[in-house]
Ligand binder design. Structure first.
Ligand code: PLP
Length: 467
């Protein structure tokens, strides 16, 4: 066990304390025991420095979240000023605070359609968890108490509370001992054209997916299905961009059956693909509820929110005398909301969404060129949300054996070259800060290319066949 250091801890002390005391999210116990974690000491713009002073370009963007880049004094000042003025006051029932009211009004202005109502949470998982309950509650208030069932998709990730993890479904997360909630939550196919059934083009695949949704609703009973949960682009499932028209058609099916559409925009909101919200601006739909977090404060302070329609509010409020028994000590936290307001102000003033759209288009095009490399089956995504899928055989799209852990090999090789990309099984995922430059795009592209070539050469030398 580490001895608690009396003076300033050395990098090795920090590593040891972390190793001996911290359970990291998703850490595989075996490799962690040996390797521990890299200690990150400083962040500025798109870059991170480890405790030994090595510099990295952070193409992970924290965790899809450092949208305006790190180390902004203006953010530090806004946060400090709010701490001095009012560090905390609750927003339960009959008190509020200025940052929370102002941020809610700003979100209503930026959100599509009549999504003018906001319920603050502590992050993305708690927003999805609350959306699940809001769907049930709202359907009840709308006179449809039987509509308690939820449909979501395979390869989705909606968070890590009991309900949000049950709504999501990535095979690697499903540790049976966790006993997910299985009753009342149903899953349909991920809209991944790269893994569409043999011989189906994108349009036919879209028809197939919509038919599958309709069939699932018929199977459960249309008067029992209350909500459909979907990330506009499935993020942690492997940056899955659905076929053209898919979300619009799923929305139409929802409308036909009075199913509430919950767009989980925890990743896609606040500029990741060049818009405040992707649902309407990129995909032409107005959801009933949007969940968001991450880019809402660019990760400076934890905060999440559900933004929901006037229609839902009116249904819940109709008879008076009801209350929405959900919320958190930190709902509407004044410091978190002040960070959110300053973050949005910076995005507007610096036209960060414009940069995400312009430089994001370069990023998308540069990454697409990686498809010429050995082992790269597909590069997919939009703007600053990109995934490289590594395969053993580009023709058949067969995967490499799981225990080769190709995503981690590539991420490790890139890290040694000063670039951080996220490994997820056989995938490597990128979501850099939205402030990156055209020069950064070249650095990320060239470095990742070198890392992939190096790993492909190593595997070939070790006798693994790549074709
Ligand atoms: N929803 C989506 C789409 C996410 O990608 C995530 C996190 O990555 C979450 C919800 C959970 O958010 P949080 O980790 O802030 O609880």
């Amino acid at each position: 066990t580490a001895v608690f250091p009396r003076n300033t801890p050395s990098p090795a002390d920090i590593w040891q304390m972390d190793h001996d005391h911290v359970l990291h999210p998703w850490a595989n116990f075996g490799p962690f025991e040996e390797k521990g974690a890299l200690v990150i000491a400083r962040g500025e713009g798109c870059h991170l420095w480890d405790a030994e002073g090595r510099r990295y370009f952070d193409a992970i963007g924290g965790m899809w979240c450092t949208n305006i880049g790190q180390g902004r004094k203006e953010m530090a000042d806004a946060i400090a000023a709010q701490v001095e003025r009012l560090a905390f006051s609750n927003t339960f029932v009959d008190t509020t605070n200025e940052p929370s009211a102002m941020l809610a009004a700003k979100l209503a202005e930026l959100a599509p359609g009549d999504l003018n109502r906001v319920h603050f949470t502590t992050g993305g998982s708690t927003a999805v968890d609350t959306a699940y309950r809001m769907v049930q509650y709202c359907q009840h208030c709308m006179g449809r108490p039987e509509k308690t069932q939820i449909i979501a998709r395979n390869m989705s990730y909606h968070g890590s509370t009991y309900i949000s993890q049950s709504v999501g479904k990535r095979p690697g997360d499903r540790v049976e001992q966790f006993r997910y909630k299985l009753d009342g939550i149903h899953h349909i196919s991920a809209p991944n054209p790269y893994r569409a059934p043999e011989g189906m083009d994108e349009a036919a695949f879209c028809d197939w997916l919509v038919a599958e949704f309709e069939a699932k609703i018929a199977e459960i009973g249309p008067d029992r299905v209350g909500g459909f949960f979907a990330e506009p682009i499935q993020a942690s499932g492997g940056v899955i961009v659905p076929p053209e028209g898919y979300l619009r058609r799923m929305r139409e099916v929802c409308d036909r059956h009075d199913i509430l559409f919950v767009a989980d925009e925890v990743v896609t909101a606040f500029g990741r693909i060049g818009h405040w919200f992707a649902s309407e601006s990129e995909f032409g739909i107005v959801p009933d509820i949007i969940t968001c977090a991450k880019g809402l404060t660019s990760g400076y302070i934890p905060l999440g929110a559900l933004i929901f329609s006037d229609r839902i509010w009116e249904a819940m409020a109709a008879d008076g005398g009801r209350w929405f028994t959900s919320g958190f000590t930190y709902s509407g936290h004044p410091v978190a909301c002040a960070a959110g307001l300053k973050n949005i102000e910076i995005m507007e003033r610096e036209d960060i969404l414009g940069n995400a759209a312009r430089v994001g288009a370069l990023f998308e095009a540069r990454m697409k060129r990686l498809e010429a490399l050995p082992m790269v089956g597909q590069v997919r995504g939009r703007k600053l949300m990109i995934c490289v899928e590594n395969v053993a055989d580009k023709e058949t799209r067969a995967l490499l054996p799981e225990d080769l852990d190709v995503g981690t090999r590539i991420a490790d090789a890139a890290e040694a070259m000063g670039l951080m990309v996220r490994p997820m099984g056989h995938l490597n995922v990128m979501s850099p800060p939205l402030t990156l430059t055209a020069g950064d795009v070249e650095f990320v592209g060239d470095t990742l290319e070198r890392a992939i070539r190096q790993v492909a050469d190593d595997l070939t030398r070790a006798g693994i066949r790549l074709s």
